[in-house]
Design a binder for this molecule. Structure first.
Ligand SMILES: *Cc1c(COP(=O)(O)O)cnc(C)c1O
Length: 374
């Protein structure tokens, strides 16, 4: 693709939005009307492919797209799937788990938080105990990849216990879906949310919900405090005429269709996992060799995003460090854990081992320029 002279994209080592391929960006260079037959069939195709990527069949599950960033999808599920007088158990071991709880509380639903330190993995038996103690709980929510630390939470073990107790199970798989295998059926997930601009490598504009069909039928009579985020109404709209109820992010959807094609060409979820794992291995090896310390011990780490501790000994200032990398066309992210000073580096997006090696060289140069002792 021809670029604007003198303009160059930085490489994003962040949790999203991410670096995307030129072909994904090119797919947006069209204006399609929201009622255009090609657009409607693209939406339909995307919905089918999302179910395939999730490993579930069109018979038992539905894929629903909704405008907005990932959090809009989460808020849509929470506001639409809580019965009258229902209550939530939210499992939180990081900022994104606490965000789920914040949404539940803002919507005025009962909310019990099963809270863990950010370097602790949730214990499935604790979830069972909390549910057995509080019969008012109807819904359980958890984050799959807690993007603040990079930990993968034990969704499957927890889901089985949740379903034995006949609660509705919601998983925020925003930063993992498409690159970390997750068995939706075996994990007894009723609602899973992810968004266009994470591991599928599309551009921002919408989120999507993979929902168990029977669970979705049950919320028909539930009241939702929002018009735009009403999940059942959004589903019905898409079913009725294939259209969004309100202006759809047409360009973002065209980009997404291309992104899914590229994901499938890469070997689907497993293929993408191989590349992200290679990025991760390359990153931590290089960082540890330089002397950086990781926040999580090895057995608790996922390969999506990695949290590094600020160097202890030195004059380390994150903003200066970040600016210095930015001058080298590299973007990293601040930390999001409360009990340690950290920064984060994402391994996801259209980045390859060569990009990670380039990042490591830039970090090495910045460490020298800024006289950071490790
Ligand atoms: C990115 C992310 C979100 C959604 O963030 P938005 O800024 O609303 O797109 C939610 N949960 C997790 C775990 C995430 O990684």
């Amino acid at each position: 693709m021809e670029k604007i002279p003198g303009w160059k994209d930085k490489i994003l080592f962040t949790p999203g939005p991410l670096t995307t391929s030129n072909t994904v960006k090119q797919a947006m260079l069209r204006d399609l009307g929201s009622r255009d037959i090609e657009f409607i069939s693209t939406v339909k195709r995307i919905r089918g492919k999302l179910l395939k990527l999730g490993g579930v069949s069109e018979k038992g599950y539905e894929a629903i797209l909704i405008q907005g960033s990932g959090t809009f999808g989460i808020e849509s599920v929470i506001s639409s799937t809580t019965p009258e007088n229902g209550g939530w158990l939210v499992i939180a071991n990081g900022a994104y788990g606490h965000r789920l709880a914040q949404i539940v509380k803002t919507l005025n639903f009962q909310c019990e938080i099963l809270k863990y330190a950010e370097d602790q993995m949730p214990v499935p038996q604790d979830v069972a105990d909390a549910l057995d103690k509080n019969p008012d709980i109807t819904n359980v929510g958890i984050v799959h990849c807690e993007t603040s630390t990079g930990m993968f939470n034990p969704v499957e073990e927890i889901g089985i216990l949740v379903k034995e107790r006949q609660k509705t199970f919601f998983v925020d798989a925003m930063s993992s879906f498409g690159a970390v295998p997750i068995d939706i059926e075996k994990s007894k997930i009723d609602y899973l949310v992810s968004s266009a601009n994470k591991c599928i490598e599309g551009v921002p504009g919408f989120s999507f919900i993979i929902a168990n069909h029977n669970s979705l039928e049950k919320i028909k009579t539930f009241s939702c405090s929002s018009i735009v985020l009403d999940l059942y109404a959004q589903w019905q709209g898409l079913e009725k005429n294939g259209q969004f109820r309100f202006t759809p992010p047409t360009h973002s959807i065209l980009a997404f269709a291309q992104a899914i094609k590229e994901l499938i060409e890469e070997g689907g979820v497993e293929g993408r996992a191989v590349r992200y794992k290679e990025n991760y291995e390359t990153l931590i090896q290089g960082m540890e060799t330089m002397g950086f310390k990781l926040y999580l011990p090895e057995e608790k780490r996922g390969y999506i995003i990695t949290s590094f501790r600020y160097p202890e000994k030195s004059n380390f200032d994150f903003n200066t460090f970040c600016d210095s990398l930015n001058d080298k066309d590299i973007v990293i992210y601040p930390g999001k854990v409360s009990n340690a000073d950290c920064f984060r580096i994402g391994n996801i997006g259209r980045i390859f081992k060569a990009d990670v090696l380039n990042l490591l060289n830039a970090i090495k140069a910045s460490v020298e320029e800024l006289n950071i002792s490790l």
